[in-house]
Design a protein around this ligand. Structure first.
Ligand SMILES: Nc1ncnc2c1ncn2[C@@H]1O[C@H](COP(=O)(O)OP(=O)(O)OP(=O)(O)O)[C@@H](O)[C@H]1O
Ligand SMILES: [Mg+2]
Length: 244
């Protein structure tokens, strides 16, 4: 099993969109995928997939339900651990509790190929602890100054304060693959100069109105607009992730 955290630093850059579509595309490619709403205080993933889960992570954290009981499986075989509004956050979990939670996700349920976390925005301790517990963290970045600064910020914290290097970059809402490459090069210039590392460019997603149209219908774009530009990008991203 491989655990992947999707994070960004800045909010609203496309984490949930990337996490849900990557998870969906991998599930469609016949991998066993579990998607976890790592932003426990909100029900982002549920909304993005149009799910109305009876139970959520809050029931699990309060000891009322098992992971198997709160898990929802979509018609396409994607397994989901739903978050919920007003539950508090991973900030309340100590690092050992968090690592037990992640182990628990992998254990009682049938073997999983990919465990994908949609992390909360920001660089709070809980986000960093979650990412550190993942085999790989993918940082979603848009080509705007605050997204770049915050994306670099999360990379810097992971690398310098936690000695964590399994980081890749996903460029979101870009005009083209070339624009994505240029964005990642600029981030890597800073990473090389100040941190002495160069991060892999894992994939990109073009700015595409189909993403918003899909969100309005509470569905991943790869499911309902499979021929859109963004869907082509998401399938390529899934291929890149599974080829690693
Ligand atoms: N490639 C894209 N093209 C067009 N719109 C997009 C694209 N990716 C994301 N969006 C839109 O941008 C907005 C923010 O996306 P999303 O919710 O995935 O971000 P987020 O990083 O998860 O936000 P938050 O930090 O609030 O959790 C949404 O309205 C989404 O539909
Ligand atoms: Mg989100």
């Amino acid at each position: 099993m491989k655990t992947i955290g999707i994070a960004s630093g800045k909010g609203g850059v496309g984490k949930t969109t990337v996490a849900t579509n990557l998870a969906y595309a991998l599930a469609k490619a016949n991998y066993r995928v579990m998607l976890v709403d790592g932003d426990f205080g909100l029900a982002n993933v549920q909304l993005a997939l149009g799910l109305q889960a009876k139970y959520n992570i809050g029931h699990y954290l309060r000891g009322e339900k098992t992971l198997k009981e709160i898990m929802v499986t979509t018609g396409d075989g994607l397994m989901v651990i739903p978050g919920a509004s007003g539950v508090g956050s991973l900030a309340n979990l100590k690092p050992e509790e968090l690592s037990d939670f992640i182990k628990g996700l992998a254990n009682p349920i049938d073997p999983i190929d990919y465990l994908i976390f949609d992390a909360a925005a920001g660089i709070s301790d809980n986000v960093i602890q979650l990412l550190k517990a993942c085999d790989e963290s993918l940082i979603v970045v848009r080509d705007d100054p605050s997204s770049i600064a915050d994306g670099y910020g999360i990379i810097k914290v992971l690398f310098t304060e936690h000695d964590y290097q399994s980081i890749g970059i996903i460029a979101s809402n870009v005009d083209s693959e070339n624009a994505a490459k240029s964005l990642v090069t600029r981030i890597n210039n800073a990473c090389t100069k100040f941190l002495g590392i160069e991060l892999p460019f894992v994939g990109h997603v073009e700015e595409d109105s189909a993403v918003k149209d899909a969100a309005k219908q509470y569905k991943p774009v790869v499911e309902i607009f499979p021929t859109s530009k963004a869907s082509v990008n998401f399938r390529a991203l899934a291929k890149a992730v599974s080829a690693q």
